[in-house]
Design a protein. Structure first.
Length: 154
């Protein structure tokens, strides 16, 4: 292994860096012709962990709330392959919490790996459902997001 690879592995986040975890089962259809989960599915896993957290932990009714989060930026860095059958552990934290926006940071881990298979982020801007204009994050949602905020002292 090269010195560059050693530095990269040493700088990767660990499971414990993310307070929320959601197991996601890969499906046969997630694999591509190369025998591993296709890159587009990683974004689907990201979206799934964020939305599951919003519903289960933040109590947000994503179908009827007065506000909704629109993804204005996303990224994914691939570190290792995932495959079927495998349970992926999607981990979530808040990297930055603004007045109307939040940066969700996500890491995907295989069941037996300490290093993430992928890391990435979604930036959501919260908007009024009807007018689609940026609006302050509601107090209840803000409190839930603060619990995931990686920058907050523990």
């Amino acid at each position: 292994m090269s010195a560059r690879a050693d530095r990269t592995a040493a700088s990767l986040p660990r499971r414990g860096d993310y307070p929320y975890a959601l197991p996601i089962q890969t499906r046969w259809m997630d694999n591509d012709a190369h025998g591993h989960v296709n890159n587009v599915e990683y974004y689907s896993f990201f979206d799934t962990v964020v939305t599951a957290w919003l519903i289960q932990e933040a109590g947000l009714d994503v179908r009827a709330a007065d506000v909704l989060g629109l993804c204005v930026d996303s990224r994914c860095t691939f570190h290792a392959s995932l495959t079927f059958p495998e349970t992926v552990e999607a981990r979530l934290r808040v990297g930055r919490l603004g007045r109307t926006s939040v940066r969700y940071e996500i890491a995907l881990f295989s069941a037996d790996g300490d290093e993430p298979a992928a890391t990435g982020a979604f930036v959501h801007v919260y908007v009024d459902r009807v007018g689609r204009r940026p609006t302050p994050i509601p107090p209840d949602l803000r409190r839930a997001l603060e619990a995931l905020d990686a920058a907050r002292p523990t």
